[in-house]
Design a protein around this ligand. Sequence first.
Ligand code: FAD
Length: 491
Amino acid sequence: MKNKSIWESEYINKNVKKLNKDLDLDVLIIGGGLTGLSTLYNLRHSKLKIALVEENLVGLGTTAKTTGKINYLQELIYYDIAKKCNVQKSLLYLKSQVNATVELIKIIKKEKIACDLEQVTSFVYAHQKDLKKLQYQANLLKKVGIDVKEHYQDNAYSISVSNTFVFQPLKYILALKNICLNNKQHIYEKTKIIKIEKYANYYLAYTDKYKIKTKKIVLACHYPNFLIPYFMPLKVNIEKSYITASLNKYKKETTITSSLPTISKRYYQNKNSYLIYLNNSSKISDNLNEKNCYDNILNKHSKIKYWWKNTDLITIDKMPYIGRVYKNDDSLLIGTGYNTWGMTNASLAGSILSDILLNKSNEYEKLFDPLRINFFNHPLSILKNCYYNILSYVQNKIIKNKPWYQNIQIKNINGQSIATYTYKNKKYQVYNKCPHLGCSLVFNEVDQTWDCPCHASRFNLAGKCIKGPSTYDITYKPNSKFKYNKLIIKK
Ligand SMILES: Cc1cc2nc3c(=O)[nH]c(=O)nc-3n(C[C@H](O)[C@H](O)[C@H](O)COP(=O)(O)OP(=O)(O)OC[C@H]3O[C@@H](n4cnc5c(N)ncnc54)[C@H](O)[C@@H]3O)c2cc1C
């Protein structure tokens, strides 16, 4: 049984190149997940000088840990958008997801990408309390001619559509990488951006050794950290879920429940048949004992081969944030907030962001405008996110020691909270604070990492940052200072 995703177990990445010089670019894409690579792919015929940088290896962020459904039947999202916004927006979002599904399949077929693509029937199952919402959503889908089937029998309620797909997301990502490299595009892996400075007509982005001068930046780094003013924690919350892949036969279909507690299933066939099962979803700040969280899912099936967890950003109106960070300014773009439906939405981000960079119009630009959400149009949701941020910050500052901290000591040294973990007779000392916004960290005894319960940054035992939004490490060195993340600095 392995603590990694089934997709990572099949990952073979060749031609890895690190940045080894300063660059002067038109466009810098930060992040080599599905958003970054889809954007680069869409720009493969442009004359712009472009490079993509990825702090780890391409695809190994959130994209490596999805359930890999290419699906426009997304829980009760069309009902939710109709209620939170209006029916027109809901139908436009539906159109965007159906089109994104079609476009993704077109790319796979045109480029002959071997990524275990299969057409499946997808179901949304409703809890009794959600039955009316499910029927409302079914009617909305029918209204635009979608062949949706309704199944109401024996107290089980579901709707289904048949033109949805599943695939192996990392095989797809690696194929996109190779297509981009064959088109002489530049991808630098193991290259992390730690700071950005904004000048009148350009940006300077820094790695630990090199400097990239660029006219424009695309933030494809999942949880964006280089932003000023920095309202992102108020515009999203983070959901985590636990997943297993077991050697159990499952029908050629996908299912998901209409609301929390989410249960999601899909079929995957490579040399073996797998059931991929997702459960135990919650807010990032809830259920901090990882062992309990994993135990809850590991006893659900026999023959489990892989188990892992993943986090994604949930937006206020259930639609992604894709487009310009500053009003009427094409120099800083973003694609994030996919509400756990990133295969369609990241591909869509690739086409919207590349259209903005190429001065082309895109019919979804306005719908996904990151600036559409503000305190005045969604005050309650913003206040709710504000409350959760503060609660998590304060709770973990007050109760630093957790019941499972047997080999951990937390001490105040020169005014700083320092955690010492003893493992196999070796001592590891880290700052007990996330460089992103200063939240106290929680030790994850399953993965042996320090995790931020506010915005999901992660650090290994030695304190090296292995997942953002933090861009800095937390290794304690008595003579060096703790560094907070830098936002974009205007010069
Ligand atoms: C449990 C779960 C299941 C899901 N299942 C599905 C599904 O079945 N279908 C679906 O459509 N969606 C699904 N999703 C959603 C989907 O996985 C994500 O929305 C999507 O993968 C996000 O892609 P991304 O490219 O934006 O982010 P990522 O894949 O995280 O890519 C961002 C990249 O940026 C890099 N990066 C970050 N900071 C820096 C920096 N400073 N310098 C350089 N590089 C940096 C990271 O290393 C990372 O590789 C699921 C999500 C969850 C949580």
